[in-house]
Design a protein around this ligand. Sequence first.
Ligand SMILES: Cc1cc2nc3c(=O)[nH]c(=O)nc-3n(C[C@H](O)[C@H](O)[C@H](O)COP(=O)(O)O)c2cc1C
Length: 324
Amino acid sequence: MSTHATAEELRHVAQAGGLAPSVHNTQPWRFVAGAGRLGLHADASRQLKVLDPDGRQLHLSCGAALFHARVGARALGLNVKVRLLPDPSAPTHLADLVLTRGDPATDDEVRLATAILHRHTHRGPFDDRPLPEALLTMLSNAATAEGAHLHQVVAADELIELEVLLARADAMEEEDGRYRAELATWVHFGSPVEDGIPASAVASVPGSSLRQRDFTLTHPAGVDGSAPHPDRPAVVVLTTEGDEPRAWLRAGQALAAVLLRAADHGVQAQPLGQVTDVLAYRLALRGALGILGTPQLVLRMGFADRSPVTPRRVVDDVLLAVAD
Ligand SMILES: Cc1cc2nc3c(=O)[nH]c(=O)nc-3n(C[C@H](O)[C@H](O)[C@H](O)COP(=O)(O)O)c2cc1C
């Protein structure tokens, strides 16, 4: 028997990758299958040119897809060797994965793969249970293992600083007509489609006092716009030492590692992306929280029983098979 992954296994791995979170559910990735390997490529046509001109969030999203693919591969008993940015002359070629038959998946690897199906962005209120310290330590270790860091925002004055920066960043974006026009193309409140944000994913009662990105801005009739329900989520900031494509891909893998580990324990999250969309605000956040490194994404996290499922493109739309 060949030691290489079969075409069917590569398909499963790409499918796991495609269930990753992505900014505005753009799913800006493409997998290319060869003999026993997968290439991960950025789909520049799905980059948010206004919100994400440098492609930072595109790389975060593709890094998350890479982590999902790695987890999906291990669940099939495949070993994965990853090379990030294998071709300096092709910056959209983000990673190569070589997949060979390995040891059977451990129970823990199966749990993490199962969490792919349970993880969803949760925009409503979380329930009252605080996150156990042991879980926060586990999430922090998961981020560190992927080359990033998780900083928890606990002090009341830091939470206030964060809220002020979030509100300012949010207001600045909402005033920008180009931001609103781009958002409108990714919000799909009519018939369900396979990408973008559906009405069902936008909470009619948002959680907590922290300012959420308003997906109803361009589609006001979509939800009833109730006042936020006060909750007390854990608030964490994912940071990296560098701030370039390789660091962004690491941050994306760390993000997915944190989210899947959390989902395995019944905990969901919502990114509060407005405060990291623009470099000036990322630097202001770093100063306000006394963080070493660069903030890549802020998350609110908590226990949640039911979270909405956001649709994905079918695997045949994201996987290209090439003869080797
Ligand atoms: C880099 C990045 C930034 C994101 N920013 C936000 C955000 O600002 N607000 C929000 O509600 N969700 C945000 N999300 C979550 C996506 O909207 C979500 O992953 C996508 O709609 C797919 O839904 P799912 O996570 O439930 O599978 C972000 C996700 C990523 C990866």
